[in-house]
Design a protein around this ligand. Structure first.
Ligand SMILES: Nc1ncnc2c1ncn2[C@@H]1O[C@H](COP(=O)(O)OP(=O)(O)OP(=O)(O)O)[C@@H](O)[C@H]1O
Length: 490
């Protein structure tokens, strides 16, 4: 991985060491003799925070913490985009409504209100350098946070990553903005490493090309079978065009270091070869023999029963009851697995909790709620415990959040009831994750939870062009020893 090639593409299957290679490449570029005294940064990017955390851990382990000292960094590509937009705002090449030069950028609007059914949508456009907020009418009703509230927040300098992307895509149509971005890459970056490049969309690819044009050393790492973000506009099919257009040299990694059994190695080969497979079955009563259970969606994981504790409920919708339940789930997943619940950051923002020490201060109260849910008894006593826990949660929020919980009703408390079932289960539950959360990670024994259509795809043989096929591929290639299908015990 010490190859001194300025445009390098590393292509490889699961477990062949892509993350390891990205981490090695980072250090090689960071400590290269020829760059001694060069103030420009080595920057590695990935598309999710989870992936950047994994890469940071590997770099620290290999090269020590000082490898990631500023300006060298490992961030999401979204972060790099926000940095560029901020500089464009400072130089007035782009002017934000209200003249803001520092934006608060959120993952989504979910934290700013509950979704409403609407035909209206705000639309960001650019006229000259000025960002303008217009509106558009949708053909079909959509559930979104009130668009006029979003527009008003944008005027206050608050927006989402998707808005940043929209504005940059429009701004980069102007020659002077492209020239600025290219020169900025040239003067600030000496090496740009893009992990999971097959998750890139058109704007990401444009960014990579600007870096190449700026003379930056660019390393791309990825596997087309593991592109999971098509719903966010990823275009795995255009990566080969980028590679040939910019004359990247490709290296292929073939040996997987992950497989510790013939069975798992064969499964991975068959999946990649499009050969139909049938997974061995594990009953949900026997999940303690597994390290994790994966699914393409959250709901089926909850349906597997109390032996599995999913680390998320569903993609976050923004309601206060849901957000409050995520706080409890987070307390439990952190205590049992040392893993944060998915969407906990959205939950805190949506509850407008601005006390930075919230988790430290709230810990004893959250533990008290968990203790209430953990006490066993008759069905009626357990129902009462859920109500008591819900009311304690309401009191906790009253102290830290302006949002209030609605009165006790089954659809407000059912998430606490689901957590309670796991707490009362006599055996430590196994974590449940979606394929998106599992990407990049590995465990010894993995269970997958399949819908009928997903099982049929595995029987037929996977195709790299299929979105669900790729998610199944990622889920079925996380195990070192074996992958089994988990089915509910009758
Ligand atoms: N050169 C190597 N020698 C021995 N073990 C290695 C080597 N490279 C990677 N590994 C080990 O192999 C496993 C898989 O590596 P890694 O996670 O980097 O693969 P990957 O290609 O990123 O996987 P995936 O894309 O499927 O998430 C890890 O346990 C890692 O420590």
């Amino acid at each position: 991985m010490g190859a001194r090639v300025r445009r390098l593409n590393i292509e490889a299957g699961p477990g062949t060491g892509k993350t390891t290679v990205s981490a090695r490449r980072f250090g090689v570029e960071r400590f290269a003799r020829e760059y001694r005294g060069d103030p420009r940064a080595v920057v590695a990017v990935s598309f999710t925070r989870a992936a950047t955390h994994t890469l940071v851990r590997r770099i620290r382990r290999l090269w020590g913490s000082h490898a990631i000292r500023w300006p060298h960094r490992v961030v999401t590509l979204d972060t790099v985009m926000v940095e560029l937009l901020h500089d464009l705002l400072l130089t007035k090449l782009v002017v934000w409504p209200g003249g803001h030069t520092t934006l608060v950028v959120e993952d989504s609007w979910a934290s700013y209100g509950t979704r409403v059914r609407t035909f209206a949508q705000y639309k960001l456009t650019i006229s000259g350098a000025e960002v303008q907020i217009g509106s558009a009418r949708l053909h079909a009703a959509a559930y979104t946070v009130n668009p006029s509230r979003c527009a008003s927040l944008i005027r206050q300098g608050i927006c989402t990553h998707s808005d940043v992307r929209q504005v940059l895509a429009l701004a980069l149509r102007r020659v002077e903005v492209r020239e600025y971005a290219r020169k900025r890459f040239a003067s600030r970056f000496r090496s740009f490493i893009v992990d999971e490049v097959y998750d890139a969309n058109d704007l990401d690819i444009d960014f990579i090309e600007l870096a190449v044009d700026g003379g930056v050393s660019v390393t791309l790492v990825g596997d087309d079978w593991q592109a999971l973000y098509v719903f966010r506009g990823a275009r795995p099919e255009v990566v080969p065009e980028l590679l040939s257009r910019q004359g990247f040299r490709s290296l292929t990694l073939t040996r997987s270091f992950r497989w510790r059994s013939e069975e798992q190695a064969q499964l991975a080969d068959d999946l990649r070869g499009g050969i139909g497979v049938t997974l061995p079955v594990v009953l949900s009563a026997d999940v303690p023999c597994l390290d994790v259970v994966l699914s393409l969606r959250w709901a089926p994981l909850w349906n597997l029963g109390p032996g599995v504790l999913p680390i998320g409920f569903q993609s976050f919708k923004g309601g206060p009851e849901e957000a409050a339940a995520i706080l409890v789930l987070n307390h439990v997943t952190t205590s049992i697995f040392g893993t944060e619940a998915t969407y906990v950051k959205d939950a805190v923002t949506s509850l407008s909790i601005d006390d930075e020490d919230f988790f430290v201060k709230a810990k004893p109260r959250l533990q008290q709620i968990v203790d209430v849910l953990s006490s066993d008894g008759t069905a009626t006593a357990k129902q009462q415990n859920v109500k008591t826990a819900y009311s304690h949660l309401g009191e906790l929020l009253a102290e830290f959040s302006p949002r209030t919980l609605r009165p006790v009703r089954a659809n407000h408390t059912n998430r606490l009831r689901d957590i309670q079932a796991r707490l009362l289960h006599p055996v430590r539950p196994v974590p449940g994750l979606t394929a998106h959360q599992a990407k990049g990670a590995e465990w010894n024994y993995v269970g997958v939870c399949l819908a009928d259509a997903e099982r049929a795809l595995l029987h037929r043989g996977l195709h790299v062009e299929g979105d669900s096929d790729r998610k199944l591929y990622v889920a079925c290639t996380r195990a070192c020893f074996s992958t089994a299908e988990v089915v509910v015990s009758s």
